[in-house]
Design a protein around this ligand. Structure first.
Ligand code: SF4
Ligand code: SF4
Length: 343
């Protein structure tokens, strides 16, 4: 069923959601000027394009308290942390909805239910916002993620209105009849064209077959291991855990899980100080192969939704699209033949 919401009524809609659910998450600028998702409190929204930081922070936060434990006379008291509050997330882009599906695959289906993740997912109503044009460095059209999936409502900007498509009952239940009017108008076109293109035909197998391609070394020579790529990525999920003393308590600690990064040397450090991936070349290759090769092999989907954030965030302009395209166009066999031809 399709509806129209006048843009002038949009703030009223957000206020209604806030009144009903308490927490509405929206895209907006933070105090540094970066765009991210944050709780709505009347601030101006950022609706021009996808945000610099993804909505992952509300499902798999960079630092998440799991539980606290307190020493008693002869035992420990453990208190688990769970976020079961109902929320609405507005303004996630189509690539973001696909990013959540890739995380669902791991944290709900494959590993069994990870309650820290699944509770938040189940209690969050998703309102996606269609992109009218491609964002900087995005390649969602190549990854098949330019149309939203798994959401409850879809908003499409149309002049002075939003055209709204309801996908689920809980989405339809949000459509207050004083604001939303049913329409039989045709849905506005949501076709976009990305400048960045990636040929994904046989990509995973081809990248893996080119494990020793020279591009890994060439590109990684300028990598700073800064982890901006993995931190900005909506699908990177690797984490480590830390215990922290509750300052001044003497008997209480808290356990957090914290996003980690395959771009750090210590990521593969084991006892005896052995590091399995000591070179930047190996770590960059791991990032790209995990995205396009390994996850696809074991889960049937890429671990990349083509949002382009890692490319925008990289201070030395390393692009996984450029790397993959170089290998797709000039695989090892081709390189070997060209070298032989030069002899
Ligand atoms: S690897 Fe890069 S382009 Fe792909 S989802 Fe992550 S940040 Fe986006
Ligand atoms: S953002 Fe760029 S420089 Fe930083 S770790 Fe990633 S690839 Fe290396």
């Amino acid at each position: 069923m399709n509806y129209i919401l006048k843009k002038e009524d949009f703030p009223k809609f957000l206020e209604l959601l806030k009144k009903k659910f308490g927490k509405v998450i929206v895209p907006a600028k933070n105090e540094t000027g970066a765009t991210c998702f944050q709780s709505y409190s009347g601030q101006e929204l950022f609706l021009e394009s996808r945000t610099d930081f993804s909505a992952k922070e509300f499902f798999r936060p960079a630092k998440e308290k799991m539980f606290s434990f307190k020493k008693k006379s002869s035992s420990f008291e453990v208190k688990s942390e769970h976020d079961n509050t109902k929320k609405v997330l507005f303004g996630i882009r189509p690539c973001g909805t696909h990013a959540l599906s890739t995380l669902d695959e791991l944290f709900i289906k494959f590993l069994g239910e990870d309650n820290f993740y699944s509770d938040k997912r189940k209690n969050t109503i998703i309102i996606a916002l269609q992109c009218n044009e491609a964002c900087e460095n995005g390649f969602c059209t190549s990854m098949g993620t330019s149309q939203a999936s798994g959401h409850d409502l879809l908003f499409i900007e149309r002049g002075h209105d939003f055209f709204v498509r309801a996908e689920t009952k809980q989405g339809t239940d949000l459509l207050d009849p004083t604001l939303f009017k049913h329409t039989s108008d045709a849905e506005p076109s949501s076709k976009i064209e990305c400048k960045n293109e990636l040929d994904i035909e046989g990509l995973g197998e081809n990248l893996y077959a080119n494990f020793n391609h020279s591009v890994w070394k060439e590109e990684s020579e300028r990598c700073l291991s800064c982890t901006s790529c993995t931190q900005s990525c909506p699908t990177c999920y690797c984490y480590t855990s830390n215990d922290e003393f509750v300052f001044g308590s003497g008997t209480e600690s808290e356990r957090f899980r914290v996003l980690d990064s395959c771009q750090l040397q210590r990521f593969t450090k084991v006892s005896g100080n052995h590091v399995f991936r000591p070179s930047r070349e190996g770590r960059l290759r791991q990032f790209v192969l995990h995205k396009f090769s390994y996850y696809k092999k074991y889960h049937g989907m890429h671990l990349c939704v083509g949002c382009g954030r890692c490319i925008t965030a990289c201070p030395v302009k390393i692009s996984l699209v450029d790397i993959a395209n170089k290998i797709q166009k000039h695989p090892l066999e081709f390189q070997k033949h060209s070298l032989e031809a030069k002899k």
